[in-house]
Every structure is written in structure tokens, then in C-alpha cells.
Design a protein. Structure first.
Length: 440
């Protein structure tokens, strides 16, 4: 009986149960909105029903133990070996023969993975099958790489954060703190990441010296598994109108410059969705990122260019096109910049001061009244922030002294840099938003 729950909770348990039930029919039809509603209600129901001791145990040791078990399972290739058996269930004894790992160890790991929902244990004790999560881990390299990357790179930064904040008198990590260094083991560190990894280097320089980390990290940036690309959502279809017809149709020298665009996934999807839009697509990133077979296989419409966004933007307002006044094409030629400069998951890595530097190198290339600045980032709402967005904010804090921003943060950041925010288009909770801005 719900009345027998002896601890107080701010959640309305009957209402949460009703939300799950009322969305059940739409959930069966595959409705994303219903799935999100059920998921949110189910999470809140767990928070409501857990006793404090259970919540503390889950946060303190169950999730860290789950992470460790996941990492070990990925290292051993357990999920791939289970997938090779098809629909058959798998036991620790069977996997021990395939991996040469201790059968007792495997049995213990698999029990915890099942208790946390990564594996499924049916009615037969010790007989396991894959869940959607473990099936994804068996099939996709990007998911397999994400586990050790977070375990070895992000995890230590989280673990060191409380001690680092204590030493900095609980100041919010940001660029100004890089001017003040804090000692640990007689060395100096400027941020949570540096403090955790015993290095004076920033994240980018640190990971560049570790080849075994660079490729997995670049793959994660390319796939953006933590959010939906703005180009993928039909709600953002008006972008075609803005970038195409409003720009004078076929008289567009460069349509989109993807600044810090990784391996070109966004431009590839954009070109596939809007193949008739005129103008060149330009992918810019560091040489180490662009030197990749996936980049070499991009469509000829996508030009690849090495560029550091802390240096002046080379695709600038000297691109010739016929002068257009209303619907009339003049005989003269005017010089313009690209129609749009696009930054996806770039600015959250950097403090406001560094973002100002990025904008300062980008602004001179833009043409007022013509060029648009498009930014894809998680935008933190004032109320009811989704756990995916807040988790990413914590990662940005720990690894980059950066962060996800609120609407007001974006308005100020863009305004201080000489831009006016025109719109923010969002999809479902926990995914990225598309911010449109223009020169003031």
C-alpha cells in the first residue's frame, strides 16, 4: 500500500503512476513524446520510492561498481561474445571458456550487470541475455570506446573535483582561475582536469599526446552520441528556407562553414537532407582530426580545410557574387562572407573569455545582414533541467572549466561579442538546441 511508505517525499506517487499509465498506449505506438513522459515519470517514481539509505548506496557504490563492471566487460568483449550466440542465453561458465577469465569473477560481474539493467537474467539462475544497452555495446564501436574513455579521462576528474573546489575556496571553475595555480604533490594545476591528471596541460594538449585516447575521443565528437544533431530533426526544416531562398538562391559562394566540425558528420547529413541548396560546404578542424579515412570519403561538395578557430577565419567577406537588390540582379559584383558559420559543441568547451576570442576571429569574416551564426549546444532551462544536459555541464566543468549555458547566458555571451540572438529551436528534453544569431 502506498500509505505504508513511511518516509516523506515531495513527489505525487499516484500522479506519477497515472502519467505512466496514461502514456502507455502512445508508447506502444512508438511516440517519442510519450516515451520521454514515461521515462521522466519512472525516474521520479524511483526517486519517490527509494529510501534515503538506498539512494545513498546507489549513488555512492552501486553506480561506480556498475561502471567498473561495464569497463571490464568491454575489455573482455563479453557483450560481443554473447551476441554471437544469437537468441541463446549465456552463462558465466560459457564466457569463461571464451575469455579465459575466472568463472567466479565473471559470475559476480554478470550478477551486478544484471542488477543494474545492463544484462537480463530470466527465470533460470545464471542464464543471461542482452538488453538494448548491452546489445548496443556489442554492435557499435563508438559505445565500446565511450566506456574506457569516461573511465580513464572523465572519471578521475569527477573524483578530484571536491578536493579541487575545496582548495579554490569553492569558486566556479572558469578561465580566470587558470591564472591562479594550486599545488598538489609540489606541482601546479590550473583546473579540475589538470588537478586530477597531474598535468599543467589543457585537455586538448594532454589528449593529443596520448594516441590511444585521441581516436576514441574524435569518434565520440563525430557521433555526438549524447545528443541529436540539429540537422537531423524535421522541426528545424525552416533552416532550408533561411539559408537558401532568403540568401538569393543560386548566388551563394559558400553556404555553410562547419567550424571545428570534426569528421564532417553534420555537413554530410546536411548535404543529404538539402542536396539542392547552392553553395560550397566547408569543413574545418585540426589536421589530426581531418587526417581520417572517413573525412577523405566525404562528398566533393564538402571542402576540407585545416583551421584553428583561435585564428582568423579564412572564409571571409571577399567571396564574389552578383550584387542583388530585392529581386533584381545588378551588373556589379559584391563581396560577401559565407551564408552561415556553424559551431557544434564547440563553445561549451571554453570559458566566456575564450569564446570571446573565438568570436573575435570569426566576426570579421561575416557579412552584416547576410551571414548567420549557427550554434548547436545544450541550453539549460531555468526549471526542470534534464539529467543529460546537467551531466554534460558537469563534464564541461571538470574537463574544460567550461559549461553548458542558459538562455540568459547565451544572450549575454553573444551580445557582448556583438551578436543578436534571433532564435533558439529545441527538440525533446536532454537534446541540443539550435541557436541562430546575426551581427548587430
Amino acid at each position: 500500500m502506498l500509505s505504508e511508505v513511511s518516509f516523506e517525499t515531495p513527489y505525487d506517487i499516484p500522479a506519477l503512476l497515472n502519467q505512466i499509465a496514461s502514456n502507455g498506449d502512445n508508447l506502444q505506438k512508438g511516440g517519442e513524446e510519450a516515451r520521454q513522459a514515461c521515462l521522466t515519470a519512472a525516474r521520479n517514481l524511483q526517486f519517490a520510492l527509494e529510501k534515503p539509505t538506498e539512494s545513498i548506496l546507489r549513488a555512492r557504490v552501486a553506480e561506480p561498481a556498475h561502471h567498473a563492471a561495464l569497463r571490464t566487460a568491454v575489455d573482455l568483449g563479453i557483450f560481443q561474445k554473447m551476441a554471437e550466440r544469437g537468441e541463446k542465453v549465456t552463462s558465466a561458465t560459457h564466457l569463461a571458456a571464451l575469455t579465459e577469465a575466472d568463472v567466479v569473477l565473471l559470475a559476480r560481474l554478470m550478477k551486478h550487470l544484471a542488477s543494474m539493467g545492463t544484462l537480463y537474467e530470466g527465470e533460470i539462475a545464471g542464464a543471461y541475455s542482452l538488453t538494448p544497452l548491452s546489445k548496443a555495446l556489442s554492435q557499435h564501436k563508438k559505445f565500446q570506446e565511450a566506456i574506457p574513455l569516461s573511465f580513464n579521462v572523465i572519471g578521475p576528474s569527477f573524483a578530484a573535483l571536491p578536493e579541487y573546489l575545496q582548495k579554490t575556496s569553492y569558486k566556479n571553475p572558469h578561465e580566470d582561475l587558470s591564472k591562479i595555480r594550486y599545488s598538489k604533490d609540489h606541482e601546479e594545476y590550473s583546473g579540475p582536469f589538470q588537478y586530477a591528471h597531474n598535468t599543467p596541460k589543457d585537455f586538448w594538449k594532454w589528449i593529443a599526446n596520448r594516441p590511444e585516447r585521441v581516436c576514441p575521443f574524435n569518434n565520440q565528437m563525430n557521433d555526438r552520441v549524447t545528443g541529436l544533431s540539429s540537422w537531423d530533426d524535421t522541426q528545424l526544416r525552416p533552416l532550408e528556407e533561411k539559408l537558401g531562398k532568403e540568401a538569393g538562391d543560386k548566388y551563394v559562394p559558400v553556404l555553410v562553414v562547419d567550424v571545428g566540425g570534426g569528421k564532417g558528420r553534420d555537413l554530410k547529413v546536411f548535404h543529404e537532407k538539402f542536396p539542392t541548396l547552392p553553395g560550397q560546404l566547408v569543413l574545418q578542424d585540426r589536421a589530426s582530426v581531418l587526417d581520417d579515412e572517413e573525412v577523405k570519403g566525404l562528398d566533393d561538395q564538402i571542402k576540407v580545410m585545416e583551421h584553428d578557430f583561435f585564428t582568423p577565419q579564412p572564409i571571409k567577406g571577399d567571396l564574389p557574387r552578383p550584387a542583388i537588390r530585392g529581386d533584381i540582379i545588378q551588373g556589379l559584383t559584391e563581396s560577401i562572407g559565407a551564408r552561415a558559420y556553424y559551431l557544434h559543441s564547440v563553445l561549451h568547451d571554453w570559458s566566456d573569455e575564450k569564446c570571446a576570442d573565438i568570436f573575435a576571429n570569426l566576426k570579421p569574416a561575416m557579412t552584416k545582414g547576410y551571414s548567420k551564426l549557427l550554434i548547436t549546444e545544450h541550453v539549460i532551462p531555468d526549471h526542470g533541467a534534464n539529467w543529460i544536459s546537467t551531466t554534460l555541464d558537469m563534464i564541461m566543468m571538470c574537463c574544460f572549466a567550461g559549461g553548458e549555458r542558459t538562455v540568459k547566458d547565451w544572450e549575454k555571451l553573444l551580445g557582448d561579442a556583438g551578436f543578436k540572438m534571433m532564435s533558439i529551436k529545441s527538440c525533446e528534453p536532454g537534446t541540443e538546441s539550435l541557436i541562430e544569431a546575426e551581427l548587430i
